[in-house]
Write a protein that binds this ligand. Sequence first.
Ligand code: HEM
Length: 445
Amino acid sequence: MQALYKGFIGFALILLLMGLFFGVIAAIAFFKPDYFLHMMPFQQLRPFHVSAVLFWIISGAAGSILVFKKNVFHGLPQKNIFGIAFIVLWVVSILLIFLSYCFEQFGGREYWEFPPVLNVIILLAWICLMISFFGTVLKAAKDQPVYVWMWSTGILFFFFTFTEQNLWHIPWFRNSFLKEMTIQWKSNGSMVGAWNQMIYGTAVYLMVKISGDETIAKNKKAYFFYFLGLTNLIFNWGHHIYNVPAAAWIRDVSYLISMTEWLIVISIIQGFKNKLEESRKFTYLLTYKFLLASEFWVFMNLLLALFMSVPAINRYTHGTHITVAHAMGTTIGINTMILLGSIAYILKMDAGGSKKLRMDVKAGYWLSQISLLVFWLALIIAGIIKGYQMQVLHVTVFSKVMAPVLEVLKIFLYSGITLAIGIAVIAVCMLRFVSASLLNASDEL
Ligand code: HEM
């Protein structure tokens, strides 16, 4: 069974590589639309990129939880058949999604731009995951560490938000543009909260394993953090709908709430770092480094989010590259870093492999961190220039607005290429570990 789960982790890493490839191609197509017009224009490459990276994140999170569930609840029935059914249906649906993109069959809604009938397979897959997960967890003792609560909440809320995201199939929702838009933005915002619970739960689990200190996941602060995360999941979507006419108190409440969660994440990671013995840090150095990177990116994105969530500023930033910086800063800096740390732990990369392989991962790590900083700053500066031109200088000719923005976006493209190379080096090294452990040939690495 662990071999199947490792294979699934390999599948998630391939999605990550695809996401990187299509991200770079989409960015080049943005600058050279004439070259790509007849092959595949930017608006078609974007769904390739966004679907690949979103499915990387959700698959990486679900794969990690399936592996860790076995470790945490090893004496209990595992409902393996539903774990297998989840993997088969999930992989099939993703393959069909990319096949439809290849045949230019688009549809659905933003971020889920494939023929909507495929949502049925995704939903069935998720129901199998829920049966596999809760079938075990509900048989366990009540007093569970906080990461089990976070995984449970993330898995359950993904189901709710995914269903909500599909309400547009019902005419009552679809017939009003405003109603549909509000629900789309709301459900997409909450869905991020759902996979964050799955991924932050994984981060807490890794901190427990690295430090050997189970109290990290059982103290009052951890449970307080869980309830705060839950409150965020339920209410912070308000900051995704600032631009639709809604009651002012909704904005105020969601603004206050959305600022709290990340502060606590930083405080938990720092508590873990302060208590960690030096020797244990070196035993799990790779995972530790990825967790440190995520802490840095939580901090940077918190600063950006504080700025963006002020309703008066959000009016100017919404729809500019600052929103893209926020989306990529968090999905790469926080989610991807924690997932890479989790995969390094699952594959026991610190204990195995040659020195050369570990050096490659280290080089990929530093290249990706430095590139991500330049990439992220370039998007923010491009967003500020665009917002300033449109909202303050009231420039209405789009080509005039974009002329200075395009100069900054060139930096985004170049750093995007080095970022992609850095993460790809890490992903390829991890894939080598996956294939070696499937073939039981770790000595060859
Ligand atoms: C793990 C790596 C990556 C992740 C998780 C990621 C994630 C995302 C997400 C979530 C979006 C949608 C943003 C939104 O709608 O606001 C996006 C858009 C985009 N990404 Fe990435 N990305 C990654 C790497 C890259 C790389 C290396 C490039 C290369 C330059 C790139 C280029 C783009 C472009 C051009 C867009 C479209 C922006 C737009 O529509 O204005 N991405 N990415």
